[in-house]
Design a protein around this ligand. Structure first.
Ligand code: MG
Length: 390
């Protein structure tokens, strides 16, 4: 029986994880759930899965939840605060940690799980984008098993040899090819992008996702963050990482080998597939996802990404080549800019402007510790905030 801690249980990945887990009560037991403050949904999850511990980051919301559960015969202990999430990520009773807290807020707990040598199901991109060298070092030192949940990286993981991580130089990998849906504004030029709204940006054509990642998908920053993620996860140079727009989102990513072979993972665009893959690995378990029917899925299209209209992908490649703190600066500026766009403080095309200005202004430096990363993150946020109204 695998004991799970699901960090970010009320988000999109957390809900999909519980959907898969509920199909396999013989294999998985939910030991802990953690959420920011959506206690209505967390309460329902607690009543269904009866975890030993539930964490609500917001202390007032935690208090409300405790009162609601008082008098029920549930034994779940309610804790609050960000430190409580770290403690469940490292709890000796936990085998597997689903790190699905969105954004920079998810970094400390994902890192804590890696340091504790857990089986880490990594859905949070920022652990690798902001702190790639620190995070991968923690994985190596603790012997943690790292399984990517991001659909592209999960597809690459599946398309690489099983012993790739032990011997990455000896497998003849020529390129990693990340597929991108192109988002809701695929084919738009800059003039048309001047008028797009947050509502349009969050309506993704293929994937149902949270608001922040949906905007990232619309700007192509999501793909840029994934390029950085792939670099650290698989130890592949930026020059060997390619991005191709594939509007159908059926091919989730590919690996090209030096002999000309290309291996890929295909499936319906449903996050339960990578979640079930990582939960079950090396076994395969049922995910509740309909089988892909090739005949009815129609044709597959491939296009180059438009870096003129969508500069965020170019900025991400540049930050990765600069390395050090630049990816953390890029990420922080993007979080500020996307939040401002969702609040209608800036336009869609201001997002790359704010990021580029922040990357130019904040000095780069080495990343030797989490403190280095958090310092760069904080400085970038302050500067990006100052560049919103210009
Ligand atoms: Mg992805």
């Amino acid at each position: 029986m695998q004991k799970l801690a699901i960090l970010g249980s009320t988000g999109s990945i957390g809900r999909n994880t519980l959907d898969v887990v509920a199909r396999h009560p013989d294999r998985y037991q939910v030991f802990a759930l953690a959420a920011h403050r959506r206690i209505d949904l967390l309460e329902a999850q607690i009543r269904t899965f009866n975890p030993a511990v539930a964490v609500v980051v917001d202390p007032v919301a935690a208090e409300t939840l405790s009162l609601r559960l008082a008098g029920s015969n549930l034994t779940t202990e309610i804790r609050s605060g960000a430190d409580a999430i770290i403690s469940i990520a490292q709890d000796a009773a936990v085998d597997t940690v689903m790190a699905a807290i969105v954004g920079a807020a998810g970094l400390p707990s994902a890192l804590a799980a890696a340091e504790a040598g857990k089986r880490v199901l990594l859905a949070n991109k920022e652990a690798l984008v902001m702190a790639g060298p620190v995070f991968m070092n923690a994985v190596r030192q603790s012997g943690a098993l790292l399984l990517p949940i991001d659909s592209e990286h999960n597809a690459i993981f599946q398309s690489l040899p099983a012993d790739y991580q032990q011997n990455p130089g000896r497998h003849g990998v020529a390129h990693i090819i990340l597929t991108a849906s192109g988002g809701p504004f695929r084919g738009y030029d800059r003039k048309r992008l001047l008028k797009v709204t947050p509502e349009e940006a969050v309506s993704h054509p293929n994937w149902a996702m949270g608001r922040k990642i949906s905007v990232d998908s619309a700007t192509l920053m999501n793909k840029g963050l994934e390029v950085i993620e792939a670099h650290y996860l698989f130890g592949i140079d930026p020059e060997r990482i390619r991005v191709v727009v594939h509007p159908q989102s059926t091919i989730h990513s590919l690996v090209q080998y030096i002999d000309g072979s290309v291996l890929a993972e295909l499936g319906a665009p449903d996050m339960r597939t990578p979640i079930a893959h990582a939960l079950g690995w090396p076994d395969r378990i049922e995910a509740g996802v309909p089988m892909l029917d090739l005949i009815s899925s129609g044709s597959f299209d491939f296009l180059p990404p438009d870096l003129e209209a969508f500069p965020c992908l170019r900025l991400a490649f540049e930050a990765l080549r600069s390395a050090g703190r630049a990816p953390a600066i890029l990420n922080a500026a993007n979080e500020i800019a996307v939040a401002a766009f969702l609040e209608r403080q800036i336009g869609f095309v201001d997002i790359p402007r704010v990021i580029e200005e922040t990357l130019t202004h904040i000095p780069n430096g080495p990343v030797d510790s989490l403190a280095d990363v958090l310092a760069a993150d904080a400085a970038a946020r302050v500067y990006a905030q100052s560049r919103l109204a210009v």
